[in-house]
Design a protein around this ligand. Structure first.
Ligand code: ACM
Length: 273
């Protein structure tokens, strides 16, 4: 299976320009699956919800959905891309999986980062995996990486390849993915963006260095920190299926779920600080 990422520079508020760039970069792409960054059509750094209105779109019935349907069909590829989703009056930081036949699956970012909390509703889809060419794809978005539960749930549900759309601003994720890949024995494609967003007196710089990691923690492709790049590698998704570590240990069967219940019931309180 040929999988890859498109690392590029989405321009804040400039949807037409972004779509045009994506269209161009994905022409004659020759892959099965391409992952794009978070909020790839709109940019990231909104000051308020009014600014988001005209850039937002329904995940499945919209100009944005149709734009990606057309490319997925034309190139015969699956695309995972971060979008600014509007559902009724609510905004979600979402990613969609667009199949070559036009079907679309949706994930809404679970763990909102920094001032995203002022603008977006936290995702309510949970972590789900979707079939594509007999391979199971799991979706997560950017800051979800710092919660190991995100990748773990996807892997427990059978994900072979985690499609991780990102707008990273901190420098830790790429190294952390080494642990996420090994502890779950999965492939992880982190598609980050480059450049900066400036809005009024705020500015954020994004860190590039998109990567594809194997279940053994090998970096199969790694992008620069500041250039637009499309990278594609051949993977064997079967490598993600064998969760045995040795003849005695299994990544999932050895989990002591009888001792883990606090993971879902424990609530952090100020007393602990
Ligand atoms: C992030 O979640 N965009 C850092």
């Amino acid at each position: 299976m040929r999988v890859g990422f498109l690392q590029f520079y989405p321009r804040l508020f400039e949807e037409q320009k972004n779509l045009h760039r994506i269209d161009k970069l994905l022409t004659d792409v020759n892959a099965d699956l391409i992952v794009l960054p978070e909020l790839a059509t709109s940019g990231y750094l909104f000051a308020n919800k009014d600014e988001m209105k005209y850039l937002s779109a329904s995940a499945k019935q919209s100009r944005i959905a149709d734009f990606f349907r057309n490319i997925a069909k034309r190139e015969n590829i699956a695309i995972v891309v971060g979008i600014l989703e509007q559902d009724k009056e609510i905004y979600y930081n979402s990613s969609i999986l667009v199949y070559p036949d036009g079907k679309i699956e949706l994930y809404r970012k679970t763990h909102l980062f920094y001032k995203e909390k002022l603008l977006f509703a936290p995702g309510n889809t949970g972590f789900n995996v979707f079939n594509y060419q007999e391979v199971k794809l799991g979706l997560m978005i950017c800051f979800d990486w710092i919660f190991p539960e995100s990748a773990r749930i996807l892997a427990l549900k059978g994900a072979d390849v985690i499609c991780h759309s990102a707008n990273l601003v901190m420098p830790y994720c790429q190294k952390a993915m080494y642990a996420r890949a090994i502890e779950n024995n999965v492939f992880i494609i982190t598609a980050n963006r480059i450049g900066s967003d400036k809005n009024r007196s705020s500015e954020l710089y994004f860190t590039g260095a998109s990567q594809i990691m194997s279940p053994k923690g090998e970096i199969l492709a790694s992008a620069s920190i500041d250039k637009e790049e499309i990278r594609i590698v051949d993977i064997d998704p079967q490598e993600a299926r064998n969760k045995n570590i040795n003849e005695y240990n299994h990544l999932f069967k050895d989990r002591r779920t009888d001792l883990y219940s606090e993971l879902s019931t424990y609530r952090f309180s100020q007393k602990n600080e």
